[in-house]
Structures are given as C-alpha cells and as structure tokens.
Design a protein around this ligand. Sequence first.
Ligand code: SF4
Length: 192
Amino acid sequence: MYSYRVNEIFYSIQGEGKFAGTPAVFVRFSGCNLSCPWCDTDHSHGEKMTKDELEDAVRKLLADRDGAIIVLTGGEPALQLHDDEPLFQGFARFLCIETNGTQPVPDWVDWVTVSPKNALDPVVPRPNELKFVFEPEHIPYYLSMQDAGCVKYIQPLARKDGTSNLPEALDFVLAHPRFKLSVQLHKMIGVR
Ligand code: SF4
C-alpha cells in the first residue's frame, strides 16, 4: 500500500473551469516537480496518510452532500497517484484532477484539467480541459494549442502583490475566440 503526502482536505466551491460553482471536497497534495514564481501552495507542509485515512477524511466531508465532486489538486497530485491503487472507487462521486500535465494520470480519474506551465507540452494524451495561466511571452505556445480538441481557458496571472494581468488576458481572449476567459470564482467570493 502506498502513502500520500497531503497538505489539506477541505470542502468549498470549485472556482475554475467547467465545474466552477460546484461544491467540492478538495484534496491538496503536497509537493510539485515545478517551481512557478507565483505558486501559492505551501509545499513544506504535508501529512502522511494511507489510502484508508485519505478516503475516510473525504468520506466524512462528503456525508449528506450528494452532488459534491472530489477535486485532486496540489502541488502536483499526479506525482502521488498510482494505476494500481485507485482512490475513491466505492464513492458515487465525480473525481477530477488539476495537474500541470507533466505526469501521466491514471485512467480511474473522471475529469482531467491540465494547466501547462513554462510552455511544456502535456504528457496527458486527452485532457478534458486546458487552462493556461496567462504569460504574454507564451502566446505562441497558446496559439499552437488552439486546435486541441477540448475547452481551452486563459486565466489571468494573479501576482503575489495582489495585482493581475487581467486586462492583457482579456484582450488576448477577445482577439482569439477559441479560448475562454477563466476567473478564479472562489477568490472573488472570498473562499478557499
Ligand atoms: S505547477 Fe502548480 S503547484 Fe507546481 S509550482 Fe507551479 S503553480 Fe505551484
């Protein structure tokens, strides 16, 4: 049996992508193979959990909350998932992952959101949605992906000083309608 390093597990609203607005239990795994300068995840903290402990914690948060989804996030959650140890199999829940796309994702995950970083081509063959955190220097890369057979989001870069490049991201989407603007709903309404 594997162990998992988990930063936090909490119940909130999915703020991004197709499921924006949907109540969700988030499992935030610790650790990432990249180091984006704007990253807001504390990678230093992580509680070691077994599969049973992880599933029990999620089950408690899901109790009496039919319709809520489960979102695996990070850090980079795919670093800690295994083909031969599916998670949440007995759960009648929709299982999503938010990944930087550098790692394979087991096929027991229902919905894959890839957010490529540093213009790295994802190794995930058929993501359900792509989300690009907007950096103008990577526009040629975004355009190279505009025919990908899934929804493609442009999300303004939120800087640590509280500013963002929303105007530039909006201009890009208006000029390239194959992309959609993604805003972080959870931050707008002041929840995690
Ligand atoms: S890929 Fe995501 S979790 Fe990893 S360093 Fe970049 S922003 Fe942080």
